[in-house]
Ligand binder design. Structure first.
Ligand code: ZN
Ligand code: ZN
Length: 350
């Protein structure tokens, strides 16, 4: 019974799907390392609790029944919107940050992250991409609202704080909801996490009985891998001149949250994209590490997805104004492009 669940002990091993032609465009070599790293603590394995959790997740109100969906857990830049400094500035008033304080305002943005949620026989499967600094606050707002209980896996795009800063907060899940959470991460980012989250990587260092997240780390290569029967194809992109971040393709959905340059080889993996979710930091220009809106639109014209949602916006992007501008592109160029926002929930085909 338990084995039939989507998570089993040591499931963490990356299973190889049928080989898909793949080229690794980043100069930085991600070495092959297919093994799962798991150092469980204390042998505690509350499967009954987990089973119950999945059952509750299935019956909770707010989810979309049999429909697969993406929930935008966060859509903002690292510092979040509003900026504290904008709210305390005695000399000028930042319109976006001022709006963002209002409850429900779409300018309120936390660190970029999405949750892929889809139905399975024993309850919905919830796969999170990134858990950044504000993950707790995002989850606090959206998980109860949408009936999300379990986190069945976390896939990491890169090891900056706005992508991994919330791993510590996963302890609430592994202590109270489910036995552990598999984490999928590229090797160079796993090496970073051995330093930044050393006590989560090797739980032998913690005081016996202390409560930390129980995570199973799975090192992924730049080739397709399977998580709970969903195939994820890494989309290597540059996030700054010397740093490779991963986007991910699942089904015909491509998610690229942190990008300053797309290698030519990665464009091949973006063909026939139905929904593109892509980085657009600021309205006027790109930064050293992120696309700005003009460059992001250039990329949309080149990639030609059916629909695009931008993410990772900073406080210079006003949701309403920029979306009005983007809406006009549908009339003039046939581009279906909008900004995403925290709490946006869209049905998808996986
Ligand atoms: Zn501001
Ligand atoms: Zn980053």
């Amino acid at each position: 019974m338990v084995v039939a669940l989507s998570m089993v002990p040591f499931l963490g091993t990356v299973r190889s799907p049928p080989f898909v032609a793949f080229v690794a465009p980043c100069r930085r070599q991600i070495s092959i390392h297919g093994s799962s790293i798991s150092l469980p603590r204390n042998g505690f394995s509350p499967f009954n609790t987990f089973l119950q959790a999945r059952s509750q997740s299935n019956s909770a109100s707010g989810h979309a029944g049999e429909q697969s969906e993406i929930i935008f857990v966060g859509t903002g830049t690292s510092e979040g919107i509003p900026r504290v400094s904008c709210l305390t500035d005695p000399l000028k008033k930042c319109p976006v940050c001022t709006n963002a304080v209002e409850p429900g305002n779409k300018n309120r943005r936390r660190n970029t992250s999405i949750l892929i949620s889809y139905p399975r026989p024993l309850g919905r499967c919830n796969i999170l991409i990134d858990a950044g600094k504000f993950f707790y606050h995002s989850a606090l707002q959206w998980f109860p609202a949408f009936g999300i209980r379990t986190i069945d896996a976390v896939i990491i795009t890169h090891s900056h704080a706005d992508a991994i800063g919330g791993l510590d907060d996963l302890r609430d899940w592994t202590n109270n909801v489910q036995p552990y959470i598999p984490i999928y991460v590229a090797e160079h980012d796993f090496e970073v996490m051995k330093k930044t989250h050393y006590y989560l990587v090797d739980t032998r260092v913690i005081t016996p009985g202390a409560a930390v997240s129980d995570l199973q780390f799975n090192v992924i290569r730049e080739e397709p891998f399977i998580v709970h029967e969903i195939k994820f194809t890494p989309l290597p992109v540059w996030h700054g001149r010397d740093y490779c971040s991963l986007g991910f393709r699942f089904g015909d959905i491509c998610y690229i949250s942190d990008v300053s340059e797309i290698p030519e080889e990665t464009y091949l993996l973006l063909e026939d994209c139905e929904l593109l979710i892509m980085d657009a930091l600021r309205p006027d220009r790109s930064s050293a590490t992120h696309f700005g809106l003009p460059r992001a639109l250039e990329e949309v014209r080149k990639i030609k997805p059916t629909k695009t949602l931008f993410t990772g916006m900073m406080h210079l992007i006003d949701h309403k104004k920029v979306n009005e501008y983007l809406s006009k592109l549908k009339d003039t160029e046939g581009l279906d492009v909008q900004l995403s926002y925290d709490g946006l929930r869209i049905p998808v085909q996986l």
